[in-house]
Design a protein around this ligand. Structure first.
Ligand code: NDP
Length: 282
């Protein structure tokens, strides 16, 4: 079975549109973009489009690459106190000279739509989240949509970043899976993955997860987004995941494609987080 991100993301957005009809005021998301990174610009554009689709106002604050940490903090502080702003998102990565953690900690935790502030991360790991990070939440929503049981299953997450791997493990644990988290120092990743009923790959290495690593009937979720050169395409590259889709689909019971999988869910859950925080603050 193919777990179709487009189908699930559309359903989530429709559900949100209905919820927004009963909300007493217009929601507003502020997206802060520093510099001109092409991939970041394209992610920001897709977030704006998605806001528009469900009826959330969005505002992109484009800042010069040379901005200092202090100046960027001041921009965020003014968004924190702006009553019309419900959600603040700082598009990562930031230029190297900026103190990223300091910036993320400046965002009001109750406007922190990415769930990167230590307050929200702490609540997540205590099992008392207000919001959940968009990509892992999107994965959980996909599993729910397709009726895939998580409780009691052995789940292996490959990658331990703060954005994907660690919160993914926390959400699977909360859903009562038995969770292992692999990383670059794991002795035998293949051996760990082979034991999994549910595999989540979030590494950033094209086609790293192969058919030979997957137990027959496992559910495979591919979070990876990798650009590989391909002279046969107009752009000269194409996007592939961390999973060798064609090989793995022969043994997996369910698998997400790339593109068309988790990436679409991330944006849908960002919209939901904007709503959830606005409701919480109200
Ligand atoms: P990071 O680079 O922050 O983290 C990668 C993780 O993979 C690290 O924990 C690293 O281990 C681990 N790793 C690296 N090499 C290996 C290896 N050989 N074996 C096992 N583990 C390894 O990446 P992100 O988590 O930010 O992103 C991961 C992927 O997901 C990327 O392709 C990214 O583009 C994509 N992504 C997709 C999103 C979506 O919406 N679909 C959203 C966010 C990211 P260590 O900690 O030891 O260095």
């Amino acid at each position: 079975m193919i777990l179709d991100g487009k189908v699930v993301a559309t359903a989530r957005k429709e559900e949100l549109k209905k919820a927004l009809q009963d909300f007493p005021r217009q929601l507003h998301l502020a997206v802060v973009l520093v510099g001109n990174h092409p991939a970041s610009r394209s992610y920001v554009a897709s977030k704006e489009r998605a806001c528009h689709e469900v009826g959330i106002d969005s505002q992109v604050i484009q800042l010069d690459e040379a901005i200092t940490t202090q100046e960027l903090k001041e921009v965020i502080l003014s968004l924190n106190t702006d009553p019309k702003v419900d959600g603040i998102l700082v598009q990562l990565p930031l230029p190297e000279h900026i103190q990223e953690q300091e910036i993320l900690e400046t965002i009001d935790p109750f406007k922190d739509v990415d769930c990167f502030h230590p307050y929200n991360v702490g609540r997540l790991f205590l099992g008392q989240p207000i919001v959940q990070p968009c990509t892992p939440k999107g994965v959980m929503e996909m599993l729910t949509y397709y009726g895939i049981e998580v409780a009691g299953k052995r789940a292996v997450v490959v990658g331990r970043s703060n954005i994907v791997g660690k919160p993914m493990a926390a959400l699977l644990l909360q859903a009562n899976a038995t969770v292992s988290l692999c990383h670059s120092r794991t002795k035998d990743v293949a051996e760990e993955v082979r034991r999994a009923d549910i595999v989540v790959a979030a590494v950033g290495k094209p086609k790293m997860i192969t058919k030979e690593m997957i137990k027959s009937g496992a559910v495979v979720i591919d979070v990876g987004i990798n650009r590989i050169e391909d002279s046969t395409t107009e752009k000269g590259y194409r996007i592939v995941g961390d999973v060798d889709f064609e090989g793995v689909r022969e043994v997996a019971s369910a698998i997400t494609p790339v593109p068309g999988g988790v990436g679409l869910m991330t944006v849908a859950e960002l919209l939901w987080n904007t709503y959830t925080l606005a409701k919480y603050r109200l």
